[in-house]
Design a protein around this ligand. Structure first.
Ligand SMILES: NC(=O)c1ccc[n+]([C@@H]2O[C@H](COP(=O)([O-])OP(=O)(O)OC[C@H]3O[C@@H](n4cnc5c(N)ncnc54)[C@H](OP(=O)(O)O)[C@@H]3O)[C@@H](O)[C@H]2O)c1
Length: 144
């Protein structure tokens, strides 16, 4: 009998909140990172349109004849991130799966990795006077 132990860290992650430090830590410790809101969850209470309206992603998408969503998902796939993308639309579901037979160039990938970062959440709900993290300074490690 085989016992398979898969460690997965599920976080909100996309080109605007890349969390490189966390990804490097997970990689070094055999943990797979799974990205919630990989397209930035536009239109939800917790998301924004910054990913889909990104100038960098739109420019690469135009040059490659792909959609912004495909460029975004392909970048995440190339970073070894497991993707939890959501769509209720059949065509977009299909489009989101068509990312495996092409690649981003080194330059395109570099441009995405250089996008200025912003945390997707403030983290206030994880702080408490009686908990392990009493302030936001204690909660975050400094990386945006
Ligand atoms: N447990 C947690 O803490 C947590 C937190 C965040 C998210 N999640 C889960 O993670 C999953 C994905 O996250 P999410 O829904 O927040 O964000 P997301 O997958 O980044 O974005 C979903 C949005 O993108 C649109 N979309 C999908 N494919 C598209 C495409 N090819 N082109 C244009 N628009 C596209 C969807 O619209 P259409 O449906 O109209 O296509 C929807 O508005 C969900 O199942 C969510 O419940 C869990």
């Amino acid at each position: 009998m085989f016992l398979i132990n898969i460690n997965v860290e599920k976080v909100e992650l996309n080109p605007y909140w890349q969390q490189k430090k966390l990804r490097d830590y997970c990689k070094a410790n055999g943990v797979t990172v799974a990205a919630y809101s990989p397209l930035g969850a536009a239109g939800t209470m917790w998301g924004s349109s910054r990913v889909m309206e990104s100038e960098v992603l739109n420019e690469i998408a135009r040059a490659k004849g792909k959609s912004v969503a495909q460029v975004c998902l392909r970048w995440e796939y190339e970073q070894d991130i497991a993707i939890v993308v959501k769509s209720y639309n059949k065509e977009r579901m299909k489009q989101n799966l068509e990312i495996f037979d092409w690649a981003l160039s080194e330059e395109e990938s570099k441009k995405i990795s250089e996008i200025p970062q912003n945390r997707g959440v403030t983290g206030e709900e994880f702080t408490s006077a009686t908990g392990p993290y009493k302030t936001l300074e204690e909660l975050w490690d400094g990386e945006l």
